[in-house]
Design a protein around this ligand. Structure first.
Ligand code: FES
Length: 156
């Protein structure tokens, strides 16, 4: 049975009809075609699916879409204003490029959403603090040191 859901995603009010068991991750990727948010483990263990709900980072694979009724969701596509194909990059995206904060890139949208939250929530005072905050975002290529460098660069 479909249920109504109203929320704001990347600045757009969405009036949707969804199955109650659908996760926020599947809603974004499959119903709204916002495929920048990645599905890695689908079990809350890799961070690839990280988005912001009312400004706080969440694993969208662990979040039932229904629980975001009335919320404001931001995905990697909404980090910058305007068309993501032509808008200037977010400073965190620029920093990941500058510091080689990725190799294959699969974990990168989740890393960047966590990285933005890391600074916003005041957990980027030392590299150790950044590592701790970012520990839920797994990178199989092992770009961790460069990711920390990128975050510290944006923080300064
Ligand atoms: Fe959500 Fe891995 S896909 S934490």
């Amino acid at each position: 049975e479909q249920m109504p859901l109203r929320l704001t995603i990347n600045g757009n009010v969405q009036q949707l009809s969804i199955e109650p068991r659908v996760t926020l991750l599947d809603l974004l990727r499959e119903q709204l075609n916002l495929t920048g948010t990645k599905k890695g483990c689908d079990h809350g263990q890799c961070g690839a699916c990280t988005v912001h709900v009312d400004g706080a980072r969440v694993n969208s694979c662990l979040t039932l879409a229904m629980t975001t009724e009335g919320c404001t969701v931001t995905t990697i596509e909404g980090l910058t204003v305007g068309d993501p194909a032509t808008a200037p990059l977010h400073p965190m995206q620029e920093a990941f490029i500058k510091h080689d904060g990725f190799q294959c890139g699969y974990c990168t949208p989740g890393q960047i959403m966590s990285a933005v939250a890391c600074i916003r929530e005041g957990h980027a005072n030392t590299p150790e603090e950044v590592r701790e905050y970012m520990s839920g975002n797994i990178c199989r290529c092992g770009a961790y040191a460069n990711i920390v460098d990128a975050i510290m660069d944006v923080k300064k």
